[in-house]
Every structure is written in structure tokens, then in C-alpha cells.
Design a protein around this ligand. Sequence first.
Ligand code: 1CP
Length: 364
Amino acid sequence: MSSRELKNDRILRAFLRQEVDRTPLWMMRQAGRYLAEYREVRAQAGSFMDLCRSPELAARVTLQPLERYDLDAAILFSDILTVPDAMGLGLSFATGEGPVFAKRIQSAADIDALPQPGANNELKYVMDAVRACRQELAGQVPLIGFTGSPWTLATYMIEGGSSKTFAASKTLVYDQPEAAHRLLAKLADTVADYLTGQVEAGAQALMIFDTWGGTLDPERYRDFSLAYMARIIEALPREAEGRRVPVTVFTKGGGQWLEAIAECGCDAVGLDWTTSLADARRRIGDRVALQGNLDPCMLHAKPDVIRREVARCLEEFGHGPGHIFNLGHGIQPETPPEHVAAFVEAVHELSPGYHGRAAATSTA
Ligand code: 1CP
């Protein structure tokens, strides 16, 4: 079999709401600090960015969760902040702490001076990591490429790192909306090129992480976050290797805007645990697939509680295709790996009942 031939396309089928035998599953941040083998490679690499810059090490950690668990996708090991770093802001991570930028955006002049790094220039190391992941995966499961949304990236660039209030980023939006739009447009165009590069390098599905979109009011969410995600999606190649490349949009805290998100051109909408899958399916399930949405804190609970909650999520979505099982946000570093095993086992054992011919005919 050629290394490009997929042995498991369950997730690509589910993204297009096609029939599957069981609900496909992956976990946001599935490669990371909850795995001892990740911490080992991270220490060997020296810094987080050195790990991202080494295609061989990035591919190795991308595959680590798949060696432990029978998951239906791999997600490229990298970070959303590679883009602002390549724009010259100088990203670093202290071990166990959040990201810090050496420079931050403080004025309209800073925005106009920002360069637009190319997928095959400053960000070529990410494309090399995509190619290395595909090589190592050898068709085992599809590879998901990703980016941060323009708004989410902008918050880190303006705040200089993580934030609780987003005061500086929101002040730019409120006081200088034109400058904010120029920054978001620049980011959208850079990110569209970045994702296109990932598809050309071998990414088989894409995800846009809009982690901080839910901090905006409804009108500004639409104009300063969603509009730029739509602009990116419009610019993307939607087919590669003879198949559609599905795009998932995940706005954390975006439950009240699902109808608008489903219209942005995406194939799937990611949900956090504050929206019920039943409600989301009723509202937008005839247009897009749904990804989610177990609270990542649930993985700290006892395995029998985890199993019961998996059953509840499956029952909430109900019968038929169009569900990709995931957490409602990234897995936490303190998560016991054996609880993840219980989670995966529960999805494998309980979900086939919601698929197949009998299930399809029972769908209203
Ligand atoms: O010290 C370390 O080892 C760094 C920890 C770490 C890891 C494992 C960071 C720093 N990033 C990553 C990998 C990562 N980040 C992936 C890899 C693929 C995977 O297995 O899923 C992905 C998809 C991301 C995406 C990412 N980075 C997001 C969006 C998703 C989300 O969780 O909301 C965000 C907001 C970031 C920023 C970031 N990078 C790292 C940290 C600790 C953070 C969050 C900082 C904050 O809370 O503001």
C-alpha cells in the first residue's frame, strides 16, 4: 500500500456527515504534557520552539498519542503562535508557563510595519513538520493541520502573551477599529497562505482555533472574529489528493452564535461543553458536522463516571453521522493517561450503536 493511502478515513467521512461504523475520536492537545514520553522529548529538544522547529521531533510527538490510544486522527504538533513569531515578535515559553513575546503590538504604526511571513519561507519549518508527520503516519489516520483565528492571534500579539481581561486588545477594537481591522486582515491573509501551505504539504483536514472569540460581544464577534475566519476559508484549497479537505471552526464560548458560525464556509463546528450536542444538532446539524464536547475536567473523574458521560454525549447527539467525538477544549497536563484509555474505550464500545443501518433507519 502506498504511504499516501489512508487506512482509516472515518473522521474524514464524519466531517462530511457520511456514514461511519462508529463515532471517530481525537482530542484537542492530544500530544502534550500529560504524556511522560512527551515530557521526555520536550526536555531533549531544549525549548518548546526547538521542538516545533525539528520536523523529526515534531513528528515523533505527533504520533505519541496514537501509540497509546486508538484515535482516528493525528494533529500536527506545533502551536498557533508560530505565526506571530514569524512576524518578528519573538516567541518563547518558560517551562510550565504560558507564552511570552519579546515585542508586542502597541500602535497602528506597529501594525503597518508587520511583515507577512510566507508558508514556504519563514514558516517552512512547519511545512517540513507536516511532511514528516505524513511520512511517519504512513496512512494510519488523517493528519489535521491548524491555525489560530486572526482574533485569537491578535490578542496574544497585543497583550504580549496570555491575558485574563483582554483589556489591551479590546481597547484597540473600541478606540481604533480601523487599525484593528488592518491587523486582522493582515493576519487572515497570512493564515490563509499558512493553511494552504499545510494542505500542499499533506494536511488532510484543517482546524481554526478561535480560543478567545467568545470574549467578544455579539456584534464585534461577527465583525472582528467570524468575518476573518470566513475570509480565510474562502481562500483555501478545499480538495487535495482527490478528497475534500474539511475545515472545522472552534470558537470557545461561541454557543450562542452557532447559526452564524455554521454559515462561515466551514464543514464542522467545534463545541465546548457549555452547549449541548442535542441543541447544536437541532440548530445547525443539517448543515455542518459537530465536534466535541466532553469537559476536559471530566477526565479527572473516575473511569465509570467518564464512561457514563461518554454515553450521555452520544445520546445527546443521537443516531446517525456528523459527530466527531472530542473534548470541549484541550486536554489538561494533570490528566491521568489511564483515564484517557477509559475515555477512548467507552467511545469505541458505546458509539457503534448510534451508527450502521439499523441506526440510520431509526433517525427521524
Ligand atoms: O511547555 C510545553 O511543553 C508547552 C505546552 C504546549 C503544547 C504541548 C504549548 C504552549 N502548545 C502546545 C501544543 C499545541 N498548541 C498544539 C499541538 C497539537 C495537539 O496535540 O493538539 C495545538 C493545536 C496548540 C494550539 C494552541 N496553542 C491554542 C489553541 C487551542 C487551545 O488550547 O485553546 C492556544 C490558545 C495556544 C497558545 C498556547 N501555547 C502553549 C500554551 C500553554 C498556550 C496557552 C496559553 C494561554 O492559555 O493563553
